[in-house]
Ligand binder design. Structure first.
Ligand SMILES: Cc1cc2nc3c(=O)[nH]c(=O)nc-3n(C[C@H](O)[C@H](O)[C@H](O)COP(=O)(O)OP(=O)(O)OC[C@H]3O[C@@H](n4cnc5c(N)ncnc54)[C@H](O)[C@@H]3O)c2cc1C
Length: 389
């Protein structure tokens, strides 16, 4: 197979799918090359939280646009389904972080996000099954919730295909070609492909893929366990929640299950292809110990299943959406365990950066690749510290 395209996207996770969708809308003949099948990487294991609370305004803007233009309006904007469920979202803050919580919420309100600081008593009124003794305040986003990352990816790809995109699965990029400082194409196990634009959206493998183009990206991997628990029969309404006091996040999973994960048992630096189906031995016990502090009815729950996912993570735990010194070679990687919810607007903005020289949907220039070489890592104005310890 030797084919010529306007653009090649490496990786059919949600990021590659979103970029292909937006490039195809602009009329580019695009090929998505995927070494396995769609959503087989981080995306297929994503917890799918859609919340706008970040300590970095640029990330809040990306989710806000992703929610406003895409998740809440999926059928009209993209077609198909993304499985968005509006459950409300709570960011429970430690007492010593009250000022930071208020600062972040004020910044998010300036963006237009529907969020406010509410007291522990107000949390109790909204969600009576939550124990509210170990915190004073939380941020509450009534519009937020979760979506289905695999469905999101597949409907982006179906829409891109309607606009002429070609998806080639079981197709691993093994080398990247360049001439005169510009990319020209790739070699794969299914032959050679030519294109003047190549976008590296290879998730946990993006470091290896960038090295095929002679580019060193400071990426390691982050491996994260997620449990699905049976919903206790008498449990009332719960929101999607990041709970900084017990270091867990959780949300409903349909009507029968609860998804829950801890934030401090994840592994760093596993090889991207390492066996990824085995949770860390202490994961479940620790998770349940933490969860019952907030939702005692979890005692009446049972384990449905556990899965393990792996993403690429950067030194500042923020994504890279950027061109490089190699003309036509772009990076959309290092999504650092939080890149599902931002992928629609990030893909739109990267397509604008590529085609117009300037992003319009959201200013993604803070996520430029050069920040690492310059030692200018991204930090939130009211940072809580790294999300992943
Ligand atoms: C367990 C877990 C829970 C998460 N929860 C959330 C959440 O609640 N909310 C949120 O916003 N984010 C969350 N994230 C993060 C989010 O899911 C990821 O940031 C996002 O899915 C990454 O998408 P991606 O397309 O960049 O990477 P991936 O989905 O990993 O896709 C990369 C693709 O590239 C392919 N590939 C690799 N090398 C090659 C090659 N050489 N040639 C061809 N193809 C190649 C891979 O096979 C893979 O399919 C979570 C992540 C994990 C792991």
């Amino acid at each position: 197979m030797n084919q010529t395209y306007d653009a090649i996207v490496i990786g059919a996770g949600v990021m590659g799918a979103s970029i292909a969708f937006h490039l195809a809308e602009r009329g580019l003949q695009t090929a998505i090359l995927e070494r396995k099948v769609t959503a087989s990487g981080a995306t297929g294991h994503s917890s799918g939280l859609v919340r706008m609370h970040y300590d970095l305004a640029a990330e809040s803007e990306l989710t806000y646009k992703s929610y406003q233009v895409y998740f809440s309006n999926w059928k009209e904007r993209v077609g198909g389904d993304c499985g968005f469920q509006q459950t409300g979202f709570l960011q429970i803050a430690r007492r010593e972080h009250e000022d930071k919580l208020r600062g972040n919420v004020a910044n998010q309100q300036k963006i237009g996000i529907n969020t406010s600081v509410i007291s522990a008593d107000e949390v109790k009124k909204l969600f009576p099954d939550l124990i509210t003794e170990h915190f004073d305040y939380a941020a509450y986003e009534p519009d937020s919730g979760y979506a289905d990352a695999t469905l999101t990816t597949n409907s982006f790809i179906e829409a891109a295909k309607r606009n002429g995109t070609t998806l080639i699965q079981n197709c691993e990029v093994t080398s990247i070609h360049a001439a005169g400082g510009k990319v020209t194409g790739v070699s794969t196990n299914k032959g050679d492909f030519e294109a003047p634009l190549i976008i590296n959206a290879a998730g946990a493998w993006a470091k290896q893929v960038a090295s095929l183009a002679g580019i060193e990206v400071p990426l390691e991997t982050w491996t994260h366990d997620v449990a699905f628990l049976y919903r206790p029969p008498l449990l009332g309404r719960i929101p999607a929640c990041i709970d900084d006091v017990i270091n867990c996040y959780y949300r409903p999973e349909g009507s029968a299950l609860i998804l829950a994960a801890g934030e401090d048992e994840s592994l760093r630096g596993e090889p991207p292809d390492a066996e990824d189906q085995t949770p860390t031995p202490t994961f479940l016990e620790k998770l349940i110990d933490q969860m019952v502090q907030r939702i005692p009815k979890i005692e009446e729950s049972g384990l449905h299943s556990i899965h393990v996912g792996r993403d690429g993570i950067t030194p500042d735990q923020r994504a890279i959406y950027s061109g490089t010194d190699l003309n036509g070679f772009y990076l959309a990687c290092g999504l650092s365990g939080t890149g599902f919810k931002t992928s629609p607007a990030a893909g739109a903005s990267l397509a604008e950066l590529i085609l117009d020289g300037k992003p319009k949907t959201v200013d993604i220039t803070p996520f430029r690749f050069e920040r690492f070489a310059e030692g200018k890592l991204l930090e939130g104005e009211y940072g809580y510290g790294h999300i992943w310890k």
